[in-house]
Design a protein around this ligand. Sequence first.
Ligand code: BEZ
Length: 250
Amino acid sequence: MSNIAWNADDYNRNARFVSDYGHQVADLLGDIRGLGVLDLGCGDGPLTKELENRGADVIGVDASPTMIEKAKELGLNVAVMDARELTFDNEFDAVFSNATLHWVKPPELAVAGVARALKPGGIFVAEMGGHGNVAAIVTALIAATRLHGLPEFESPWYYPTPGEYGQLLIEHGFEIESIALIPRPTPLPTGMLGWLKTFAQTSLAEFRQESVATVLDTAVELLKPSLCDSAGNWTADYIRLRFRAKKITS
Ligand code: BEZ
């Protein structure tokens, strides 16, 4: 999660699927009973809870104070912390991260912090947006801002190729066990406008409110032929980058 001002209820309505998909990513950790695990970008905590239920001793961190407040309501051990400023040192057997790292720029600060947080031999498992993720959506937002003569939409996201992120992991002392792009067309429960309002609106914050509404409506129109079916169901063009890496240097 980035440190944008998340509204937990809005997120719950428009984006609960984000953590629903994370259970498969958690499977990549293997047996975590009795292990110390850091959940990086824990949001309101559903996957932190899941890792606890699988028997790990888990700490969750997220840059959003509102999300951390919600996570505390689940009785979880969580703290507000930016992924670029992790304060842990040789403390965890594993670091887990779902749908967070594409918000983190520059990415090397997060990778360095994770490497520091892990014990030697510790495991880093993550899934994030990968190269080409939501490409149609980003293109529509750029087109919509241009069409209305507004400053061009600048993507707040970082979607690396496996080669690019793999290199970063190796430079920070990891050995890569697996890394791949996984196309995952993702149904949007509240349609494209709900998704755009939750995830893209803050990148248009400098615009007047009417201009934001106009840009979002235009983007929705542009996307309709490719991402909306004849019954009105929307699907986002998600592509995940999923990896498992082991820290090999101390
Ligand atoms: C993602 O999980 O790929 C994603 C989430 C929010 C905005 C953009 C991408």
